[in-house]
Structure formats: structure tokens, C-alpha cells
Design a protein around this ligand. Structure first.
Ligand code: NAG
Ligand code: NAG
Ligand code: NAG
Ligand code: NAG
Ligand code: NAG
Ligand code: NAG
Ligand code: NAG
Ligand code: NAG
Ligand code: NAG
Ligand code: NAG
Length: 693
């Protein structure tokens, strides 16, 4: 209420200003609130219907995005002759007057994405034609066809970068990009291109980056753009990729053919600088081993290349597969989500520089590690989600995985790995062997060695930091299973009984462990055997969900813990304030839901909530005389029912009995006093006591 006078006062003041100076408001609306800074005029989203004319004439960059201009009139930019960059993103532009850019001789960059320039493209083309120094042009999202594009780009020979993404181009022929002799970058993503005529890019000798992603190209044969550095043909329907034969030297460094329908490994240039090859999500396999001597020796594919009235036939031997491709500079190879059942001998040997290989989601059955296969430079190998049942290491081979840093074998059918596999992998920091039925060395005494074929030995892998053994069906670990490692991340989830009720096997990791996952491992605790993580001084994240904990684990001294997950346990009470305060320094997030809390044991949850973020507070329920209540819906303070339970039963009885006793006593006294004499007499007479008085 005290604010009211001030509020009214302010209101009157504003009214007065508005009333006194109405013209200022009008001006602000027409001009918009353009921000001016260092020659940049930023007028984005100001609801302008025309180009403001009162900006500094020295402006070099003008941003007019998201204003409903509809038309860019002749001379509307005449006040800004020094403009170098103009952005008109989403301005509902349908018309650009043919003289609109007449004064913009210095314009280098023009962005016109997401307008409707197909409406009067001829006039627009005439306007663009004056921009003799234009370097960058963005025409994406304008519903342009190839004929419109050809006209609009005509004579813009200074262009270096053009985006035509999200238009309705269907075919490319040699007229579309004629005369763009300086073009280096061309973006044709998300059109409907199904055909590219030979020679369509012939007039682009400087072209370096070509993006044809999200089109409908069925194949690329006779690929001969030797000048190109990167080609992106992902998300098309390619069944073939075939580079022009011959000795021509390609500059290609990055080739993205992912998300297509390739059946065969692409037939790459014989001489190239390819460093990155992306083949994810195709239908590729190697086939030679699957059709042996019984089938015809030579399987060939013949390509008819038709160019006008000339037809050339190219014959390709399908079993040569990768043989003629130059892969000597390849660093990054992604072959995930294909149908590779094996890798032919010598395949990886052709890539001595390879450092990243992804074979996730294929059908590989065995892995052979030989000299130079995988190549010595390999740092990351992903073999997850295959059907690997065996890894073979060539006898006597040392230095197989010398540079390897990350090895993913998750979700295969491995029962073990050869004894010395990790022996000289001195850079290995990450191993993921989750979802394989392995056992870890040493085996517990008394387990028949014939029972499981082999065990995997992680002892003394000094470089190892991250190890995932989730869902491996591990049996109880021995105390020395991780001796000699300095693991920071360990996942043992889903191995029921792996810790056999004690943290002893993890003790050697106590100084280093930062992230520990012990989900669904059958841990239990009671007041006698409390889980004690006090030694784990660096532990940041601890997942104990899905166990049978009845008491809160101990963390005395463990001051780094940030995230703690206790969902799906058997906790009946929230951690006592004392416990919770021990952690208050670092613990940020705690998960507590799906425990059978007793509503009488959750006193102080609000205090807990103040100390830490209970991430799933809305889902925490408790049990009040067999009713289930949400914690957040509990009445303030402890429910009434609990107060009675708390009171000492002895005291309760005393309180109940005391009034009755008192009443009885008073009654007795009254009776006694009233009938003292007769009563005595009665007693006397009844008992025939010998009188003493
Ligand atoms: C714009 O200018 C061109 C010549 O530069 C002229 O032909 C055209 O008629 C003008 N348009 C308008 C609407 O004035
Ligand atoms: C492009 O230039 C050629 C000659 O250099 C000329 O004949 C043609 O009219 C020009 N096209 C446009 C749209 O100005
Ligand atoms: C190819 O284009 C797609 C779609 O824009 C993009 O997601 C992908 O990252 C590009 N590939 C490369 C190698 O840049
Ligand atoms: C390959 O040939 C051998 C005999 O030459 C035969 O036993 C085997 O089944 C053949 N494999 C396939 C995949 O055809
Ligand atoms: C056909 O072959 C000839 C000679 O090898 C070559 O000059 C010509 O460019 C080829 N044409 C096509 C369409 O590949
Ligand atoms: C191809 O057709 C053109 C006319 O369309 C003709 O001049 C030329 O000689 C023909 N070339 C061949 C090899 O038939
Ligand atoms: C191990 O990694 C380090 C740093 O990443 C690197 O310098 C070294 O060359 C690697 N060792 C081998 C054998 O590749
Ligand atoms: C290993 O691969 C699986 C499946 O592709 C993936 O979920 C997991 O995150 C990978 N592990 C590592 C350590 O990258
Ligand atoms: C599990 O622990 C119990 C004692 O707590 C011990 O008797 C038993 O041998 C252990 N089992 C294994 C497999 O280590
Ligand atoms: C609630 O607690 C009672 C005993 O206190 C128990 O019998 C019942 O199963 C519990 N209900 C739930 C849903 O936990």
C-alpha cells in the first residue's frame, strides 16, 4: 500500500511526458530501435516495413532480418553507399526493384534466405546483376528452380560462396553455374536434385566445397571434380559411388556418403588426399569371401556413361572393392551401421595413418589383429554392437594396439579376450566391454577353470581410466581385480552380486575413482553393515540405484561427491541431518524416489531440499499407515499420526492410567473418612481381631 502513491505518481509523470511530446513516440516507431555499433546497424525484428533512412551513412553492415519489408524498392539503400554486408533474412520479400542495389558498389555479402524471391525473379536477377563485387550470396529457402537460379547467378562472376539450400532445384546442367569462375563454396542442400549432367560443374575451376546433402541422387559415377576438397552427399539415395579412373590427382579430403543405400565400398580415386571418409548408415559389405571359387571368378559391373550421343562403358571388378582406392592419408573412417561381416586381409593395412575407426552396428564375427592391422596409429576403435565372438592376435605380435586410447567392444558375444591383448597398449585409457559375458581375472578360488573359457585381466593397466563392465554377468570380484590401475570411471552395473556385499574390491581404486556406477548389483546394508564410502575422497558421481539399501551410506570425509543416486532401494528414512550436512559442501544433486519411506521418517525433508537439489522430489513418496503419499503433499511438519508413535509408550500408559488411579484414590479416601468407624467395626467384628485398644 505504501507503494501506491509512488506508482500513481510515476504513472502521471509518464502520461505527462507522453502528452507533452507525442511526436517522439511516432518517430521511434517508424525508425525502429536500431542498435548502432562500429558501423553495424542492427535493426532485426523491429517490425519495419521499409528500410530506415536515418541511420548513419557510414554504416557498413545492415541487419534487417525479420522485418515485414515485402518489397525492396529502388534506391531504398541509397543513403548507405558504404554498405559491405546486408542481411534480409525472413523479410517476406517478393520484389526487389531492379535498381535497388544501384548505389551498392561495395556490397560484398548479401543474405536473402527465407523470402519469396521466386515471385518476381527476373527483376531480382536484374537487381543482383549490378553487384559486381559480390562475394557471398545466400538465396536459401526461396522456392527457386534451376532456371531461376541460372538467371539470378548470371554474370555474378565475383561470387565466392553461394547457398541455394532449401529450394526446388531438380536438375543441374552446364548452364546453371556458367561464368562463376571464382566460386569456392556451393551449398545445394535440401533440394530435389535427382540428376547432375556431366559438365555441370565444369565452369567452376575454383570450387572447393560442395554440399549436396538431402537430395535424391541415385548414384555418382565418373566423379571427376579433382579440385574439390570436400564433398557432402549424405542423405541421398546413392547406390553407387564411382570416381573417374585414371591417374588424375584429386584434392578431395572429406567425403561424406553417410545415410545412403550403398551396397559396395565406394570406388574412390586412385590418387587422393582423403582424410575423412564417412559411410555411416548404408547397406555395405565385403563380398569376395562369401562367393568363393564355386562362383565365377570375375564379378563385374558395367556402367554406361551417356553424354549426348556419346556412350562410354566403364567396367568395374566388384571383387577389387577397395583395392584401387588411395587411402594412404585417411585419418577418420566411419563405417558404422552397415552390413560388414568381415574386413578383408589388407584392408586396414592400406590406411597407415588411420587414427579413428568406427565399426559400430555391423555384423562382424571375428577380429584379427595382425602386423599393421589395425594400423599402429589407431587411437580410437569402436566395434560395439557387432556379433564378435572371438578376437585373434597373430602369434608373437607385439605393438598391436600401441597408440590405442579408446576401445569399445560393448554389446558383442565375447566370452574373453586373448591374454596379451592389452599388454603393450600403453596409451589405452578407455575400455568398454559392457554386455559381453566375460569374467574378470583373477578368478575366485574354487571356480572350475573349465567352466568359463578365459578371463579378462585388467590388472596393471596403468593408463586405464575408464572401464565399463555393465551387464557382463560378472561373478564376485576378488580384492585385487583392479590392482595397478588408476581408474577414474568404473561401471559395474547390472552384475548381480559382483561385490558380494563389500566394497573391498574397490578399495585399491579409492584414491582415484571419480564416477562409480553400482546400479543393480544387489548391495544391501543394515545398521550393522553400513556401506562406507569415506575413503573415496575424489568420488563425484555415485549411482547406487536398484539395490537393497536400508540405510543411508556413509560419506565421512568424502567431500567431492556431487551427484548421488539412491533410487529403487529399501530406504525407510531420509538421511539424518547430520549425514546430510557432511555432504553439504559438494553434493548438488540427489535422487531419492522409489523407496518405501515411512512418512514418520521423512521429517526434515525441507531442510534436505534446502541443502541439496532433490532432482526427483516430485516422485518421492512415503507410506503412512499403508497409504502412499507424495512427499510434497505431506502436511507441514510431521503428520499427526506420527506424533503418537513417537511418544514413549511407558509415558503414554502412565498418562492414561494416572487419572483413573487418582480418581480411585480419592474415592477410597472419601469412603474411608466417611465410614471410618463403622468400617473398622465391621472389619473388627468380621475378623474377630483381638483389639489392641
Ligand atoms: C527501378 O529502377 C529501374 C531502373 O533502374 C526502372 O527500370 C524501374 O522502373 C524502377 N522501378 C520502379 C518501381 O520505379
Ligand atoms: C551478362 O553479360 C553478358 C555479356 O557479358 C550480357 O550479354 C548479358 O546481357 C548479361 N546478363 C545480364 C542478366 O545482365
Ligand atoms: C554433411 O551435411 C549434413 C547435413 O547438413 C551434415 O549434418 C553433415 O555434418 C555434413 N558432413 C560433413 C562432413 O560436414
Ligand atoms: C567355399 O568353398 C568351399 C569349398 O570350396 C565350400 O565348402 C564353402 O561352403 C564355400 N563357401 C561359401 C560361402 O560358398
Ligand atoms: C568417353 O571416353 C573418351 C575417351 O576415353 C573420353 O574422351 C570421353 O570424355 C568419355 N566420355 C564420357 C562421357 O565419359
Ligand atoms: C553427335 O551429335 C552431333 C549433332 O548432334 C554431331 O555433330 C556429332 O558428330 C555426333 N557425334 C558422334 C560421335 O556421333
Ligand atoms: C600416447 O599418447 C601421447 C599423447 O596423446 C602421444 O604423444 C604418444 O605418441 C602416444 N603413444 C603412442 C605409442 O602412440
Ligand atoms: C560404446 O558403444 C556403445 C554403443 O554404441 C555406446 O553406448 C557407449 O557409449 C560406447 N562407450 C564409450 C566408452 O564410448
Ligand atoms: C562372499 O562373501 C562371503 C563372506 O561374506 C564369503 O564367505 C564368500 O566366499 C564370498 N564369495 C565369493 C565368491 O567371494
Ligand atoms: C506401508 O507400511 C506398512 C507397514 O508399515 C507395510 O505393511 C506396507 O507394505 C507399506 N506399503 C508400501 C506401499 O510400502
Amino acid at each position: 500500500m505504501e507503494l501506491l502513491p509512488l506508482w500513481l505518481c510515476l504513472g502521471v509523470h509518464f502520461l505527462a511526458v507522453e502528452w507533452r511530446n507525442p511526436s517522439r513516440m511516432v518517430m521511434a516507431a517508424s525508425q525502429g530501435d536500431c542498435k548502432l555499433l562500429d558501423g553495424v546497424a542492427d535493426c532485426r525484428g523491429q517490425n519495419l516495413v521499409s528500410v530506415p533512412s536515418n541511420l548513419p551513412p557510414s554504416s557498413q553492415m545492415l541487419l534487417l532480418d525479420a522485418n515485414p519489408l515485402k518489397t525492396l524498392w529502388n534506391h531504398s539503400l541509397q543513403h548507405y553507399p558504404l554498405l559491405e554486408s546486408l542481411s534480409l533474412h525472413s523479410c517476406h520479400l517478393e520484389h526487389i526493384g531492379s535498381g535497388a542495389f544501384q548505389e551498392q558498389a561495395r556490397l560484398r555479402s548479401l543474405a536473402l534466405p527465407d523470402n519469396s524471391l521466386s515471385e518476381s525473379y527476373k527483376e531480382t536477377a536484374a537487381a543482383l546483376c549490378r553487384l559486381r563485387g559480390l562475394r557471398r550470396l545466400d538465396l536459401s529457402g526461396n522456392a527457386l528452380t534451376e532456371d531461376m537460379v541460372a538467371l539470378m547467378l548470371q554474370n555474378l562472376s565475383s561470387l565466392e560462396s553461394v547457398s541455394l539450400a532449401r529450394n526446388t532445384i531438380m536438375r543441374l546442367d552446364d548452364s546453371v553455374f556458367e561464368g562463376l569462375g571464382h566460386l569456392r563454396e556451393l551449398d545445394l542442400q535440401r533440394n530435389y536434385i535427382f540428376e547432375i549432367e556431366g559438365g555441370a560443374f565444369d565452369s567452376l575451376p575454383e570450387l572447393r566445397h560442395l554440399n549436396l546433402a538431402y537430395n535424391n541422387l541415385p548414384c555418382i559415377v565418373d566423379f571427376g571434380l579433382t579440385q574439390l576438397r570436400s564433398l557432402n552427399v549424405s542423405y541421398n539415395s546413392l547406390e553407387w559411388f564411382l570416381a573417374a579412373g585414371g591417374e588424375a590427382s584429386f584434392e578431395l579430403e572429406t567425403l561424406d556418403l553417410s545415410h545412403n543405400q550403398l551396397l559396395f565400398f565406394p570406388l574412390l580415386p586412385q590418387c587422393s588426399k582423403l582424410r575423412t571418409l564417412l559411410l555411416r548408415d548404408n547397406h555395405m559389405g565385403f563380398y569376395r569371401d562369401l562367393y568363393n571359387s564355386s562362383s565365377p571368378q570375375e564379378m563385374v559391373a558395367q556402367f554406361l556413361l551417356v553424354d549426348g550421343n556419346v556412350t562410354n562403358i566403364t567396367t568395374v571388378s566388384l571383387w577389387e572393392e577397395f583395392a584401387s582406392s588411395d587411402l594412404s592419408e585417411l585419418r577418420f573412417l566411419d563405417m558404422s551401421q552397415n552390413q560388414f561381416q568381415y574386413l578383408p586381409d589388407g584392408f586396414l593395412k592400406k590406411m597407415p595413418a588411420l587414427s579413428y575407426l568406427n565399426l559400430n552396428q555391423n555384423c562382424l564375427v571375428t577380429l584379427h589383429i595382425r602386423e599393421h592391422e589395425p594400423p599402429g596409429a589407431l587411437a580410437e576403435l569402436d566395434l560395439s554392437q557387432n556379433q564378435l565372438s572371438a578376437v585373434h592376435v597373430a602369434p608373437g605380435l607385439r605393438s598391436g594396439l600401441r597408440s590405442l586410447r579408446s576401445f569399445n567392444l560393448s554389446s558383442n558375444q565375447l566370452l574373453g579376450v586373448p591374454a596379451g591383448l592389452f599388454a603393450d597398449a600403453s596409451n589405452l585409457t578407455t575400455i568398454d566391454m559392457s554386455h559381453n559375458q566375460i569374467s574378470v581375472c583373477p578368478r575366485p578360488a574354487g571356480v572350475d577353470p573349465g567352466d568359463t573359457p578365459s578371463c579378462v585381466d585388467f590388472r596393471s593397466l596403468a593408463s586405464l581410466r575408464r572401464l565399463s563392465l555393465e551387464g557382463c554377468g560378472l561373478r564376485a570380484l576378488q580384492d585385487c581385480s583392479f590392482q595397478g590401475t588408476a581408474l577414474t570411471h568404473l561401471d559395474l552395473s547390472g552384475n548381480w552380486g559382483v561385490l558380494n556385499g563389500s566394497l573391498a574390491p574397490l578399495r585399491v581404486l579409492a584414491p582415484t575413482l571419480q564416477v562409480l556406477s553400482l546400479r543393480n548389483v544387489g548391495l544391501s546394508s543394515s545398521s550393522t553393515t553400513e556401506l562406507d564410502f569415506s575413503e573415496f575422497g575424489n568420488l563425484r558421481v555415485l549411482d547406487l540405484s536398484g539395490n537393497a539399501l536400508t540405510t543411508f551410506p556413509r560419506f565421512r570425509g568424502s567431500l567431492s561427491l556431487q551427484t548421488l543416486d539412491l533410487r529403487r532401494n529399501l530406504l525407510t528414512a531420509l538421511p539424518q541431518r547430520a549425514v546430510s550436512e557432511q555432504l553439504s559442501g559438494s553434493l548438488r544433486t540427489i535422487y531419492l524416489s522409489q523407496n518405501p519411506y515411512d512418512c514418520c521418517g521423512v521429517e526434515g525433508w525441507e531442510a534436505l531440499q534446502r541443502l541439496h537439489t532433490v532432482a526427483d522430489l516430485a516422485m518421492v513418496t512415503c507410506n503412512l499407515s499403508s497409504k502412499v503419499l507424495r512427499l510434497t503433499e505431506l502436511p507441514r511438519g510431521v503428520p499427526l499420526d506420527c506424533k503418537w508413535e513417537r511418544v514413549d509408550m511407558g509415558l503414554l500408559y502412565l498418562v492414561l492410567i494416572l487419572p483413573s488411579c487418582l480418581t480411585l484414590l480419592v474415592a477410597c479416601t472419601v469412603i474411608f473418612l466417611t465410614f471410618r468407624k463403622p468400617l473398622l467395626q465391621v472389619i473388627k467384628s468380621r475378623c474377630h481381631w483381638s483389639s489392641i485398644y
